[in-house]
Ligand binder design. Sequence first.
Ligand code: SF4
Ligand code: SF4
Length: 131
Amino acid sequence: MKITLHVTPDITPRPLVAEVILETRVLLNIDWASVKPKGGGGEVAIDVPHDQYDQVAAAFEKRGATITALVQPVIKDDDECVNCGACISVCPTGVISFRDDWSVQMDLEKCVQCGACVTMCPHAALKVGKY
Ligand code: SF4
Ligand code: SF4
């Protein structure tokens, strides 16, 4: 599952992700990070195994960070989607594919929220989910 880690300026310099990996022994995949310069705070989007979410969240929270879980990284409006497949070729992680009946399906566990599919869609059927 996807989470966003919110860090305040006082804890930004700490290697929080490395500390949590070492403590929990859970391998975390960073999708993207946005940290303000000059000691500002920031956000880091991380992929966490579902069954280890509680353990990882507790380890971050005891270090002063806050966590927001993302239920759906990309939302598709099925009323707008015409199953053209334009979004399939631009997705860097293979989230989107055709079913046997040529309708489009999404494996959202693989999504890194890059937004490429949103830009490509000619029917504005896609939007990036918010944390
Ligand atoms: S946001 Fe990026 S990774 Fe996610 S489905 Fe769209 S193209 Fe793929
Ligand atoms: S590009 Fe848009 S309309 Fe085409 S298959 Fe993807 S979501 Fe549907």
